[in-house]
Design a protein around this ligand. Sequence first.
Ligand code: GLN
Length: 182
Amino acid sequence: MQGAFRLHLQALDRLGVEGFEVRTAADLDRCDGLILPGGESTTMSMLLESQNLFDPLKAALDGGLAAFGTCAGMILLASEVADGRSDQRCFGALDYQARRNAYGRQTESFETDLEVTGLDEPFHAVFIRAPAVEALGDDVEVLSTHQQEPVLCRTGAVMASSFHPELTGDDRLHQLFLDLLS
Ligand code: GLN
């Protein structure tokens, strides 16, 4: 609907996987897994509703569609949103509360190297007005933290990052997501 999807498509392409933009419920039927990109979650929520895609997408996620939400996508996958718009909706695909723009004015955007479960070397992560996740449910596995706070988590084949993994040309997190599909 909106946001930083192009670089995700390029990452999938480099990994030898066919990616395409999902803009209708029919597109949704053709995909094995969905990346919800960074951008503006309030706008995405509104557009998903006005384009009649929110409910089909919710049904697909409830039915077990694999998903990787990055930044705004992490917010959309949450069971609750803090500091959002009052009419903002989320999918409840991962059991946490996402707090929008949680990293504050001083550090609205920053970069850091993260240790990630499943990767041998640190991952250079770019945080842009990133969300924090709070009140994690027991079934949410934390794959990486920054200053003791979870920034990459997963339940089954649904994964979410506070940061933008598509910006550095390092495709290891996309590969980790693809591995969840097989
Ligand atoms: N702050 C944005 C939001 O609330 C997310 C920022 C991003 O995706 N880089 O949706």
